[in-house]
Design a protein around this ligand. Structure first.
Ligand code: C5P
Length: 231
């Protein structure tokens, strides 16, 4: 049987939210934000184990306020995160058993991905080694220098906005993270580390609802989405 594990990094400082409670633990309609992603992971028949990564010292809080409260059964470890998201994911990888076949990595602050998207990402990773969900950019995306002068315009019909869940063959993502550490390479998503090895990453269709909760406006949007689906 294929062994599929999920890592949910939730060790961010949440400074862009400007609130006392960290955004990953803010209650939305009575459920801590990170709980939404964990509940969907738990509901996926493919996922056998889930590792949550939290700020060092918050492991006990996360266990009581999220895992126990929501009655989650697939959480096998809550591990301390690191300075950057990449460090946190690496700590999650270290907690996996080496007989894992596929690793799903999903931001704890993206509550609205579907089981269908998760299944599509996992299937693509099994076939291609690495996969992410993403949505086509509706706006034209430009690169700019530090002085805000445009340096490049991306062709819109080939521009995708990358989301999580992402999924990988275990050996590939472990190698990508080890190499990145050796070469002091820092990226904001895990597929970039696989790309840096010269390996292909498959895109599958995500959803425009699969937002990352970053600023207070995103919370309003999240509440609107929860209400729309009858939460
Ligand atoms: O920083 P950003 O909002 O992009 O974070 C994406 C995810 O990575 C969030 O779930 C956040 O909690 C997590 N993260 C982490 N460790 C860090 C920074 C971010 O687990 N050092």
């Amino acid at each position: 049987m294929v062994k599929i594990a999920a890592i949910v990094p939730a060790a961010g400082s949440g400074t862009r939210m400007g609130m006392k409670t960290k955004k990953q633990f803010l209650a939305l309609a009575g459920i801590p934000l990170v709980g939404y992603a964990l509940k969907t992971m738990e509901a996926s028949p493919a996922v056998q184990e889930i590792i949550i990564v939290v700020t060092p010292g918050e492991e006990g809080y996360c266990y009581g306020a999220v895992v126990e409260k929501l009655g989650l059964n697939k959480i096998t470890a809550i591990v301390p995160g690191g300075k950057e998201r990449q460090d946190s994911v690496y700590n999650g990888l270290l907690a996996l058993s080496p007989d894992t076949d596929i690793v799903i990595i999903h931001d704890g602050v993206r509550p609205f991905f579907s089981l269908d998207i998760l299944a599509a990402v996992v299937a693509a990773a099994q076939t291609h080694g690495a996969a992410t969900c993403a949505v086509p950019a509706k706006d034209t995306v430009k690169l700019a220098n530090e002085d805000n002068f445009v340096t490049r315009t991306m062709p819109r019909n080939h521009t995708w906005l990358v989301q999580t869940p992402q999924a990988f063959r275990y050996k590939l993502i472990v190698e990508a993270h080890r190499r990145a550490r050796d070469n002091s390479l820092l990226a904001t998503d895990d597929t970039a580390l696989v790309e840096s090895l010269g390996r292909r990453v498959k895109i599958v269709m995500g959803s425009y609802e699969n937002i990352k909760i970053t600023t207070p406006e995103d919370l309003d949007m999240a509440m609107a989405i929860i209400k729309a689906v009858g939460g």
